[in-house]
Design a protein around this ligand. Structure first.
Ligand SMILES: Nc1ncnc2c1ncn2[C@@H]1O[C@H](COP(=O)(O)OP(=O)(O)OP(=O)(O)O)[C@@H](O)[C@H]1O
Ligand SMILES: [Mg+2]
Length: 347
């Protein structure tokens, strides 16, 4: 049984101006130990889809309009607030983008780490204090005995992010969810944090959901990549397959928007090229057009209005997420027009 089974998740925000269609039928499985990278432009539903599973969207205006999220067979959407609180931190760890707002400025790092261990793991104070030092050491904070007594403002941005990671993994969760945890960091520190996460993943064997704008980060850390747009999954599969054998025009746009020297290509591979595409188009650094109006999402494929390959069917009907024709195992795509075969599906 997969660790996490998300089925037809639909999330809305009912606001004064109308209902925001934030997540529109998201389904996927995550295996134990698997690292999933979730990418997509701003507003594509990356954060809301994970926050809603954990009971962390404000309700109202938020509302889970449908679906189920089975974690080891238990539907998270049916748990009480109390059960969810217990689950978060104990079985599912979280790291968010901004450690300054997520860490409590008036509590020492020791207090913040041990709190999780004492409440969730029922550890004694002494054992928890000892473990806090071990955790700081594990996440690569030098001089952990001294540092553990300090307060968040005494740490640099990169070190604060490491403290967040220490808290996120303190209870050895089966699943760690990280939402843009390295975005605020400079490139060198970002690289160090990614190395650390790869290392921890090996040591602890936990599954991860890693939300990011950065395809390079995905290439560096994920087993599977999931591309989201308009609250839907556009393409999903092993990183190599999605990067090398791209089927969805939106995925292609995201990859193409990276300057070539930053292309996170597997060393022995080439990106699938679209034949006959004018050279100047290949050099475009932004996907033209703007994201869909989430109050009134388009009737068909949400990317159709920006997609030069869109057919009439794309504008009329939402394409289902199906195995990519002749694709790698687990490579799924939602598109009526297949970039590799350059053909409209007939199914
Ligand atoms: N509290 C809220 N009230 C109303 N709408 C919301 C709320 N939170 C999120 N949304 C809307 O839900 C949609 C999905 O937002 P989400 O935060 O999941 O995007 P994202 O993919 O994480 O974007 P980013 O990359 O900017 O973090 C957006 O249209 C957003 O405006
Ligand atoms: Mg987000």
């Amino acid at each position: 049984m997969p660790l996490l089974q998300v089925r037809d998740l639909v999330v809305r925000f009912d606001t004064g101006e109308g209902s925001v269609h934030a997540v529109n039928g998201v389904s996927y499985d995550l295996e134990a130990g698997e690292t999933l990278g979730v990418v997509g432009e701003s507003g594509s539903g990356k954060s809301v889809h994970v926050l809603s599973m954990l009971g962390l969207i404000p309700m109202p205006p938020g509302r889970i309009a449908g679906g189920s999220v089975l974690f080891e067979g238990r539907d998270l959407l049916k748990l009480s607030d109390r059960e969810l609180r217990r689950l978060r931190g104990r079985e599912i760890g979280m790291i968010f983008q901004d450690p300054m707002t997520s860490l409590n400025p008036v509590l020492s790092v020791k207090t913040q780490i041990t709190e999780a261990l004492v409440t969730h793991r029922l550890m004694s104070r002494n054992a928890a204090n000892k473990r806090a030092v071990e955790l700081l050491d594990l996440v690569g904070i030098p001089d952990p005995h001294k540092r553990v007594m300090q307060y968040p403002h005494q740490f640099s941005g990169g070190m604060r992010q490491r403290v967040m990671i220490a808290i996120g993994i303190a209870c050895e969760p089966k699943l760690l969810i990280a939402d843009e945890p390295t975005t605020a960091l400079d490139v060198t520190v970002q690289g160090q944090v990614l190395d650390l996460m790869r290392d921890l993943k090996k040591k602890l064997g936990m599954a991860m959901i890693w939300i990011t704008h950065d395809m390079g980060v995905v290439a560096g850390i994920a087993d599977t990549v999931q591309v989201m747009y308009g609250g839907r999954i556009m393409e999903r599969g092993p990183v190599r397959a999605v990067f090398k054998d791209t089927r969805n025009a939106y995925t292609w746009g995201l990859l193409r928007s990276l300057p070539d020297h930053e292309m996170p290509l597997p060393k022995d591979g080439e990106r699938a090229a679209i034949p006959d595409e004018p050279a100047e188009r290949q050099r475009l650094v932004q996907i033209p057009g703007s994201p869909p109006d989430m109050f009134n999402p388009p009737k068909g494929d949400p990317f159709a209005p920006r997609n030069i390959y869109a057919t009439e069917r794309c504008r009329q009907e939402v394409p289902p997420l199906l195995p990519a024709p002749d694709g790698a195992a687990g490579h799924l795509v939602a598109a009526w027009y297949d970039l590799r075969t350059q053909r409209e599906h007939t199914a």
